[in-house]
Every structure is written in structure tokens, then in C-alpha cells.
Design a protein around this ligand. Structure first.
Ligand SMILES: NC(=O)c1ccc[n+]([C@@H]2O[C@H](COP(=O)([O-])OP(=O)(O)OC[C@H]3O[C@@H](n4cnc5c(N)ncnc54)[C@H](O)[C@@H]3O)[C@@H](O)[C@H]2O)c1
Length: 250
């Protein structure tokens, strides 16, 4: 039995990962900004709940001090600019042009959760993993971290950042017995996407998967031996992996 801490574990993909790990007998810590949903999921998996804003450095220091024995750290909490985009798009007096519907505050908010949340979490937990000579980190990136996503360039920016960080960190932590990998899901039916957004995605014929499929990918990641790898889960396609090789570094 290993101990897993999952940010954004109170909903969607994080909650599905929490359930899957608990079913396999792992000890689960659900870490989420939302106390109500986070503690409900924690209760359902007989785990612990920790309230955290992943963008807050001090909160990470505190969390790492109290959970020094975490074997698997899932840096999964994430957010999007979409709700704001839709609000503006609904206003006929203000038809959006690219980026016009994203405020500076949106940019900073999404960057703080999606990028800082991964970097600060890694900074907080990596030293103790290195000291133990074991441990693994799994970041939830996105297909939007690999391909253009014109509908949400800021979200795509943050996920490209996570992909670059994980690919680079893989080689850096390898000598210390630590692993870091990323999961890149396509569209997943969670609270991140409104019903309206989901219906647009489906109207384009794009697949939308269940969060359980991403948890299945998460299990493949933790039972693999990859480092700095990108794991894909999208539609009906089999779960795939891109493992970095030397030429990738050029
Ligand atoms: N849903 C999709 O289509 C999709 C696709 C690819 C990647 N992702 C990524 O998957 C991850 C999980 O998203 P989801 O779809 O399950 O969404 P979700 O909205 O269902 O869950 C996100 C969780 O993160 C928590 N959270 C948000 N900001 C936080 C903060 N500052 N500190 C701590 N917790 C915070 C929320 O309270 C929520 O419980 C995100 O990183 C997202 O970008 C989602």
C-alpha cells in the first residue's frame, strides 16, 4: 500500500483517481480548494482531506511538512478561462475577438493554478522524495498542451508549460530514483466543462470521455517505469505513451 496525495481530488478526474487508488488499497489524501466536495470525496474513499490553494507557496510548504511520506503526488488541480469567455460571448454588444474576452486577472488566475500549482507542488515534495530515493509525481496536463487550442490560448499555454516542465524534469530526477510523468487527456466530462461547452464539442464530433478512463491511464502511469513521459487518453483510442529518447533533447 502506498500513500497518494491528489490535488483537485474533490471533483472530476482527481476524484476518479482517488477512487481508483483507494479501490486498490492505497491510502489517499484529497487536497482541494473546495472543502465541501473535497471532504466528501475523502470520506467516500476513507481518506484524509486537506484544504489547499495550489497557487499558494506557503500552503505547499505546510502540506509537505505534514505529509512527508507521500509516495505518489498527483498535481491535477486545474482551471480554465472558459466560463468568462462564454459570458462575454453571450453578449451581442461585445462580440469577442481573440484574447479580448480574457482579462489580465483571468490570465494570472489560470496560470497560478495550472502552472504554479504544478511547479510549487513539485518543489515542495521533491526534496523528501529525493532524500528517500523513491516517489513519483504525475501531473495532469492535456492534449491542449500538445496541439493548438485556438478557443483557449491561455489554457493551452499553461498546459504546454506543464508538458515542457515534466519532459525536462524527467531526465533531471531520474538519477535520484524519482519519476515524474504527465497525463494528457482529451475532452473529459467533468465540472470543468459546462453543458453548453460539452454540446458544442459533441456537435463537432469530438469524443468526450469519462473521468474513469483518465484514472485508468493514471494507474498505467504509476505502474510503469517511464520518466518524463506523456500519457495520452482520448476517445476510444487505446491509452498511449510518448517516452523521451535522446534525440528529443536536441
Ligand atoms: N475536463 C477536461 O476536458 C480536461 C481535459 C484535459 C485536462 N484536464 C485537466 O484535468 C485536471 C482536472 O480537471 P477536471 O476536468 O477534473 O475539472 P474539475 O473542475 O471537475 O476539477 C478540478 C478540481 O480542482 C480544484 N481546484 C481548482 N482550483 C484549485 C486551487 N487553486 N487549489 C486547489 N484546488 C483547486 C477544484 O475545486 C476542483 O475540485 C485539470 O488540470 C484540467 O486542466 C481536464
Amino acid at each position: 500500500m502506498a500513500k497518494a496525495l491528489i490535488t483537485g481530488g474533490g471533483s472530476g478526474i482527481g476524484a476518479a483517481i482517488a477512487r481508483r487508488l483507494a479501490e486498490q488499497g492505497h491510502q489517499v489524501v484529497v487536497a482541494d480548494f473546495n472543502t465541501e466536495t473535497g471532504s466528501q470525496v475523502a470520506l467516500s474513499v476513507q481518506g484524509e482531506f486537506e484544504q489547499i490553494d495550489v497557487a499558494n507557496e506557503a500552503a505547499w510548504t505546510d502540506l509537505a511538512a505534514r505529509h512527508g511520506d507521500v509516495d505518489m503526488l498527483f498535481l491535477n488541480a486545474g482551471t480554465t478561462t472558459l466560463p468568462h469567455t462564454e459570458l462575454v460571448a453571450d453578449n451581442p454588444d461585445s462580440p469577442p475577438t481573440p484574447l479580448s474576452n480574457v482579462s489580465l486577472a483571468d490570465y494570472r488566475r489560470v496560470s497560478a493554478v495550472n502552472i504554479d500549482g504544478v511547479v510549487l507542488g513539485t518543489m515542495a515534495f521533491l526534496p523528501q522524495m529525493i532524500q528517500r530515493g523513491s516517489g513519483q509525481i504525475v501531473a495532469t496536463a492535456s492534449v491542449a498542451g500538445l496541439v493548438p487550442f485556438p478557443q483557449e490560448p491561455i489554457y493551452a499555454l499553461t498546459k504546454h508549460a506543464v508538458v515542457g516542465f515534466v519532459r525536462s524534469m524527467g531526465a533531471a530526477v531520474e538519477p535520484y530514483g524519482v519519476r515524474i510523468n504527465a497525463i494528457c487527456p482529451g475532452f473529459v466530462q467533468t465540472n470543468l466543462l459546462t453543458d453548453e461547452t460539452l454540446s458544442v464539442i459533441r456537435a463537432f464530433g469530438l469524443p468526450v470521455i469519462d473521468a474513469g478512463r483518465v484514472a485508468e491511464a493514471a494507474e498505467k502511469v504509476i505502474t510503469s517505469d517511464t520518466n518524463g513521459a506523456l500519457w495520452f487518453v482520448n476517445g476510444e483510442s487505446p491509452i498511449g505513451v510518448h517516452v523521451p529518447k535522446d534525440p528529443d533533447l536536441i
